[in-house]
Write a protein that binds this ligand. Structure first.
Ligand SMILES: Nc1ncnc2c1ncn2[C@@H]1O[C@H](COP(=O)(O)OP(=O)(O)OP(=O)(O)O)[C@@H](O)[C@H]1O
Ligand SMILES: [Mg+2]
Length: 263
């Protein structure tokens, strides 16, 4: 019989080790180390321009770090691109959702389907039946996700009709098509009306309850307080503080960074 918690020796699901990203001469990310345990929900906060979204781009693979290392489940994946990282279970949403406006909501969600046999023209030629079955399954899955996110009634509308908050929900649906174990969510509350905000909080909570590992960038501190037991504060490319939201909010260095940004 195991004597200790089976998960105790597990590496973090996502780990960044002393990441650096230079843009021109600017150290936009300046030696940041963060880690997310399996199933953890963490907030990444900090003033505008702190380097938060750049961290997401580095973690998700859309930017290459100048130096440092990124691990998923203990494996160094620093050289892998976004698609490979998604296949390993790391998904992300974008700060500014840009759905294909003329495509339907459902079609937009389907763009998140990964590794579909039908993606190769040869398979379509050789195994049309199998491709059709997979497409049908993908549509059912997409409809299930739209149902979960209360967008089902808009499934056949062009995505351009969606409000800011509905676009945030569509981003979640799209990424959930790939069944990521971890999701990086960039500003889920930005441009969202209060009623929809409650829905988004509920859905993020539900995803966490399903066991997903979640990192949320957010300026809305009420939302962060309600969702995250731990926050990491970035300012000017560095981690300034981390801990419980209430504790970091009292940290003079954190208060200074926010006031400095506002001044
Ligand atoms: N592709 C780029 N090329 C040059 N500079 C960039 C690039 N992307 C971001 N920056 C700069 O890097 C800094 C950090 O930007 P980033 O978007 O990561 O900040 P953020 O913390 O997400 O801010 P916000 O809260 O406003 O979204 C900013 O000064 C920004 O202008
Ligand atoms: Mg940002």
């Amino acid at each position: 019989m195991p004597t200790k918690d089976a998960g105790a020796d597990r590496p973090p699901f996502v780990e960044a080790r002393t990441l650096v990203k230079l843009f021109g001469g600017m150290r936009v990310v300046d030696g940041v180390s963060i880690s997310l345990a399996h199933g953890e929900m963490v907030g990444l906060i900090g003033p505008n321009g702190a380097g938060k979204t750049t961290m997401f781009n580095l973690l998700a693979g859309s930017l290459k770090p100048t130096s440092g290392e990124i691990r998923i489940d203990g494996v160094d994946i620093s050289r892998e691109g976004p698609d490979k990282r998604l296949m390993r279970g790391l998904g992300r949403t974008f700060q500014i959702p840009r759905p294909f406006g003329e495509m339907t909501v459902l079609e937009n969600v389907l763009t998140g389907a990964q590794g579909q046999t039908g993606e190769t023209h040869w398979m379509n030629f050789l195994r049309p039946g199998r491709v059709a079955a997979e497409e049908k399954a993908a549509v059912e899955k997409a409809r299930g996700l739209l149902d979960f996110l209360l967008l089902e009634r808009l499934a056949l509308e062009p995505a351009r009709v969606l409000s800011g908050g509905q676009r945030k929900l569509l981003e979640l649906a799209r990424i959930l098509m790939a069944d990521p174990q971890a999701i990086l969510i960039d500003e889920p509350a930005a441009g969202v009306n209060p009623a929809l905000l409650e829905l988004i909080i509920d859905k993020i909570r539900a995803l966490h309850a399903q066991g997903k590992t979640i990192l949320i960038i957010e300026h809305n501190m009420e939302m962060v307080n309600r969702l995250c037991g731990r926050v990491v504060v970035m300012a000017a490319g560095k981690v300034l503080a981390q801990g419980k939201p209430a504790d970091v909010a009292r940290d003079p260095a954190v208060i200074n960074a926010y006031l400095g940004g506002a001044a």
